[in-house]
Design a protein around this ligand. Structure first.
Ligand code: ATP
Ligand code: MG
Length: 450
């Protein structure tokens, strides 16, 4: 057993909690990512604890302050001095017959067995809650120094137990800017197709977490070179080698990666990063040769259709699916100073909530094509939209100075004609906001019926 020289700095409350476990003849350890990140000098506020005490023993130590959050996995939440501590009983896992769930979970008394079932050496540190002494049974410290993600034990076996670990390896390599150790990577390459056995939800969460690391591009590239991406995002793999010509020096795949890189540099939110990665996946199916170059007409719509299906496959929420689909569908807007205010208002009305992320996507897209691309016209567009917003110009039927009841009072029956009349009024007001007055609109509505 290796005791790491550095001790983990633990706050007073955590040490006091460790003391209570000790008084009851048990031990409490901080485990997992928090110790790894501590050793690397990275902040991590996701703290997991492990103990040799069984859940019922923990519950009897804190009779009124334990919430049984995940009893079947041995996890309880202890409320102590106004804080919550997730405490999991040491476990070892039985055989995995389906590459995703252990057939059984057994509570054990030894820390060593608990650390053995963990995925990577850098995730298998434990810090004693009493005094912060860090224990390292798998040379995690050496791998931190070598900057390697290495499976504990036989990687082939470990990925056979839980195929998600292959994606986790790529995620940690991206997040920490590490490499994946050779045998571990080789085992991912050999087992990549078994990722399909993992639930869509778990895959999606790993993908999102990978996208949120500063070095997301590295994670995606590791997924591609190991073969995982073929099974998770085959649409993206189909972009590899699809040359574009024109302003583009890169093939479609590498342009998508470059767009993701810009989105990460700007710290854009997760769905913008996903849209950046996927925005051109319609291109391979839309490429036509033309005058010695290529065109990609309709790739925005085709891409949106593909993204909608892809997000359903990943079981993303409706909000996420709709946003990413809309971003991909609208990413080709071609703003110029010549756009009338009416055209701009229609655009704002159409993209509605997606406006800010859409502009972020375009910034990333433009900078990916050329790092010194001029963004002046995007800034100008933002400025003009800001003015439209400040003036409260009507952008939807709700904003009109009349409503359906007013029109019915004019004798227009409820139904399609009423809808058409309101749309016609909105159309006029979009071009000329000064028309948005009750009298004017009622008069126009009357004329429209004549
Ligand atoms: P993060 O900082 O991103 O939360 P983490 O290392 O804490 O990183 P978690 O997903 O929160 O990662 O998992 C906590 C710990 O549980 C890991 O450090 C690892 O020891 C263990 N673990 C999690 N998932 C697995 C898995 N699929 N197989 C084996 N061990 C796992
Ligand atoms: Mg964690």
């Amino acid at each position: 057993m290796a005791v790491v020289k550095t001790k983990c700095r633990l706050d007073e409350n955590t040490r006091a909690l460790g003391g209570i476990f000790q008084e009851h003849g048990h031990r409490l350890y901080l485990v997992g990512g928090a110790v790894r990140d501590y050793l690397m000098g990275i902040d991590n506020d996701d703290w997991d604890f492990a103990t040799d005490a069984r859940p019922d023993e923990v519950m009897s130590m804190f009779p009124h302050h334990v919430i049984p959050t995940g009893l079947q996995h041995g996890t309880v939440t202890v409320r102590f001095r106004r804080q919550s501590y997730e405490v999991t009983t040491f476990r070892s896992e039985g055989a995995y017959s389906d590459s995703r769930h252990p057939d059984s979970v057994t509570f054990v008394r030894s820390l060593e067995s608990d650390l053995e079932r963990r995925d990577f050496t850098i995730n298998a540190f434990a810090a004693d809650a009493l005094d912060g002494t860090i224990l390292d049974y798998h040379d995690g410290r050496g791998d931190l120094r070598r900057r390697l993600v290495r499976a504990i034990g036989d990687p082939q076996e470990r990925f056979g137990e839980d195929a998600l670990r292959m994606l986790r390896a790529c995620r940690f390599a991206a997040r920490l800017d590490f490499d994946i150790e050779r045998d571990t990577f080789e085992a991912i390459r050999r087992n990549s197709s078994s990722i399909v056995k993992v639930s869509a939800e778990r895959i999606r969460e790993e993908l999102y977490k990978t996208l949120m690391s500063d070095n997301a591009v590295k994670g995606i590239e590791l997924m591609r070179t190991s073969g995982l991406l073929d099974h998770i995002l085959p649409e993206l793999v189909a972009c590899v080698g699809v040359e574009q010509g024109g302003l583009h020096s890169m093939d479609v795949y590498h342009h998508c990666l470059a767009t993701l890189r810009c989105a990460c540099t700007h710290r854009y939110p997760p769905m913008v990063r996903l849209a950046a990665l996927l925005h051109d996946i319609g291109k391979p199916g839309c490429r036509k040769e033309h005058d010695g170059g290529y065109t990609f007409y309709g790739h925005d719509k085709e891409g949106a259709r593909m993204v909608d299906a892809l997000m359903r496959r990943l079981k993303a929420s409706n909000d996420e699916r709709e946003l990413v689909t809309r971003l991909v569908r609208e990413h080709m807007f071609n703003y110029t100073s010549q756009w009338s205010d009416g055209a701009l208002r229609r655009f704002v009305a159409r993209v509605s909530d997606a406006l800010e992320p859409l502009i972020q996507l375009r910034i990333a897209d433009a900078l990916a094509i050329s790092p010194d691309a001029s963004l002046d016209s995007l800034w100008e567009m933002e400025r003009r939209i800001e003015e439209i917003r400040k003036r409260n110009d009507a952008l939807g039927i709700r904003d009109l100075a009349v409503d359906g009841h007013d029109l019915m009072a004019l004798g227009i029956p409820a139904g399609p004609r009423l809808g058409r009349t309101l749309s016609a009024l909105l159309d006029a007001v979009m071009d000329d906001p000064s028309l948005n007055r009750r009298e004017t609109l009622l008069e126009m509505a009357g004329r429209l019926q004549a």
